[in-house]
Design a protein around this ligand. Structure first.
Ligand SMILES: [Fe+2]
Length: 267
């Protein structure tokens, strides 16, 4: 089973983001991956126009996409519910993978500066329970936006707020506790938020991996994870140039709303 991990597309920020996303989708179409996980900050300002642009870009790989919202998706019109409707924790089988999605955003993310995530005690319990409900032998994935373990600050503003003791750039407050609890019930945690990619094995010798996808549209590449039956192998897939435009098919005008099972919406 091949799973692609994209994150922090920030569609709407500039034309380069859109062009990069289209090239990545072309690579994923050719690679014929089984599942595409997008771990938040799909949009830059949380606008519906940006969400629909994302839907149009993803049309060639319709039906394979799983999304969670990031803090940027909660700005503006707040498209968080469209990316993951309802409860904060969802679980569903996708082929050989048992995918648990966690919405790590909170109401404070409506404000631009307050980009940090929210992970309550109840969330930790719900995530743990959802992962344990997976079928035996399945690859168990947790997808969320915010980072559960500490990562280096990436720019001056993050360094400043961390120095001031503010939570804005920090890992999820209960993140390390969550990772400890997932030790034997999860094979990979896929997140984003920080735009520089990272990979961690929090318990050396054990299969659990924590992958930060970074910003796929800045990197113009994304990770491909292959489940070998006991652990994930990872490699990078570069975006590729797009062939000359071909006539749009009728199917390309229907896009599955990410997270809404089987629901097709015109875009
Ligand atoms: Fe981001």
């Amino acid at each position: 089973m091949k799973i692609a991990h994209l994150s922090d597309l920030h569609i709407g920020q500039n034309a380069a983001r859109v062009a990069a996303a289209r090239q990545l989708v072309e690579s994923l179409r050719v690679e014929d991956v089984d599942l595409v996980v997008v771990s938040g900050d799909v949009t830059h300002r949380g606008r519906w126009s940006e969400f629909w642009e994302f839907s149009r870009i993803m049309a060639p790989i319709v039906g394979k996409i799983v999304t969670v919202p990031g803090n940027h998706d909660r700005l503006g019109d707040d498209v968080g519910e469209a990316l993951m409707p309802g409860f904060r924790v969802h679980a569903r089988a996708h082929g050989a993978a048992w995918v648990v999605r966690f919405n790590s955003t909170g109401p404070h993310n409506r404000r631009w500066l307050d980009g940090h995530g929210l992970l309550t005690q109840g969330d930790v319990q719900d995530i743990e329970q959802a992962l344990r409900a997976g079928p035996r032998g399945a690859a168990r994935l947790l997808v969320m936006h915010h980072h559960p373990l500490p990562l280096p600050d990436e720019h001056v503003m993050e360094k400043l707020v961390t120095r001031l003791g503010w939570p804005n750039a920090r890992e999820l407050a209960r993140g390390p506790e969550l990772i400890e609890k997932l030790r034997f019930s999860c094979d990979a945690v896929l997140h984003g938020h920080r735009h520089v990619p990272a990979e961690t094995a929090p318990f050396p010798g054990e299969p659990l991996r924590v992958f930060n996808g970074g910003s796929s549209t800045e990197l113009l590449r994304c990770r491909i994870l292959r489940w070998t039956g006991g652990e994930f192998e990872s490699r990078w897939l570069e975006g590729r140039s797009i062939p000359e435009a071909s006539p749009r098919s009728a199917a390309a005008d229907l896009v599955e709303l990410p997270g809404a099972d089987g629901q097709l919406l015109p875009c």
